[in-house]
Each structure stands twice: as structure tokens, then as C-alpha cells.
Design a protein around this ligand. Structure first.
Ligand code: BEZ
Length: 210
């Protein structure tokens, strides 16, 4: 069965451009993102890897480690890294896993045989400090992902892990949030002494805490 939200992220050991990785040890007690791309030396993947390198300080700021993966080998990864730096202006600054035996791809269901029986699709897994999967997304090979959106979801996940709130449609860090319906008005008075706006009893809008 495919990995689902709330599942413990499976552990694995693999070679990467930054040495051998034991996934759970590499994660430590922090947040992590594991994403697959279909193939080295392909155009969309080149832009994606450059973008993740550009955004690395944003992941760092949030205490999130990032690792990429494809079924190509370390030699290909190393050779391709030069192209990423040359064309995207950002050098690889996070580990790229070489999953030549497809062990990790199979474990994580990153190969969708009816799309392509040998290459990984564009999977993303966001993992929390409890090692549980918080987000999964899957894009086709022909569509590059929006990694700013992944940062946006991480902002929401980190906020909602700490406070009794959820984030509304298109929410961005700093905007108003929603008090979770499970919190009574009496309990909400303690948590949000500055008050909130009640649009419906189940839709209470409050300034972003924290
Ligand atoms: C790409 O990254 O451009 C790509 C990879 C595999 C199939 C199609 C496009």
C-alpha cells in the first residue's frame, strides 16, 4: 500500500553525493524533505535541482533538511552537478541519493509503472520531527514542481504543530489563520486573549500566533 500521511517514514541506507545516508539518523530530531526526480541530464529536473539549491537557506531557516533522489548513479550525479551550477547559477548544496538498485524508490512508491516503469516520478515527502509523513505530493515528469509551495506547506505544518490553528486557502506566513473547530470558545479565550472574528461558529479567524 502507498505511504500515507501519519505513517512512520521508512528508514533506508543509501549512497548520496554527500556520502552514505541512514535516513532516520540523517533526519535526527528535525524536519526533512525527500524528493525524487525522473532522471539526471534532463531539462525540467535541472531547473528543479537548481531551484532547491537556491531555496536551501529557506529550508535551513525552518530547520528542514532536504535530499533529492533518482535512479542514476553517483558518477552521473557528479557530472550533472556541473550543468546545474552552470545553467541555474546555483550549485548542489544538499545530498542527491543514487538509488541505482531502486531500493528506496520501491520502498517509497516513487516508480509508477503505468506512467514509466523505470524512472521515478516527481514525489515529495515532508517528514516531521516525530518521523511521521506530513505531506506527500506526486507530479508527472513533464511538470516541474513549485518548491515555494512546499515551503508554504512547511510553514503551515510548523505553525499548526504548535498552536490550535489551521491555515486557510492560499495562506502565507504572517496572514490570519483559523481556530480549529475542536477548541471551544472558552478554551480559545485562554489561547487567543487578543480575540478573534467569528464568521460562523465553526469559522473563527485570528491573527497568526507566535
Ligand atoms: C525532465 O526533467 O525534463 C524530464 C524528465 C523525464 C521525462 C520528461 C522530462
Amino acid at each position: 500500500m502507498a505511504l500515507q500521511l501519519g505513517d512512520i517514514t521508512p528508514n533506508f541506507q543509501a549512497d548520496s553525493t554527500e556520502g552514505k545516508i541512514d535516513f532516520h539518523s540523517w533526519l535526527g530530531n528535525g524536519w526533512g524533505v525527500l524528493f525524487s526526480h525522473p532522471k539526471d541530464f534532463t531539462p525540467v529536473c535541472t531547473t528543479e535541482l537548481g531551484e532547491v539549491a537556491r531555496l536551501k537557506p529557506e529550508f535551513d531557516k525552518r530547520g528542514v533538511k532536504v535530499a533529492g533522489l533518482s535512479v542514476d548513479g553517483l558518477k552521473e550525479h557528479a557530472a550533472w552537478a556541473g550543468d546545474i551550477k552552470e545553467t541555474q547559477g546555483h550549485a548542489l548544496n544538499f545530498p542527491l541519493i543514487a538509488d541505482t538498485d531502486r531500493k528506496v524508490s520501491d520502498l517509497y512508491g516513487m516508480i509508477h509503472p503505468n506512467a514509466n516503469d523505470t524512472l521515478t516520478v516527481r514525489s515529495v515527502f515532508v517528514v516531521g520531527p516525530d518521523k511521521k509523513i506530513k505531506l506527500t505530493i506526486t507530479y508527472p515528469a513533464s511538470t516541474g514542481r513549485n518548491f515555494e509551495e512546499i515551503l508554504r506547506v512547511i510553514d503551515s505544518l510548523q505553525l499548526t504543530a504548535k498552536h490550535s490553528v489551521a491555515t486557510p486557502v492560499n495562506w502565507k506566513h504572517g496572514q490570519d489563520v483559523i481556530i480549529v473547530p475542536s477548541l471551544s470558545d472558552d478554551a480559545a479565550k485562554e489561547k487567543f486573549p487578543g480575540g478573534w472574528k467569528t464568521l460562523k461558529p465553526y469559522l473563527r479567524v485570528v491573527k497568526q500566533p507566535g
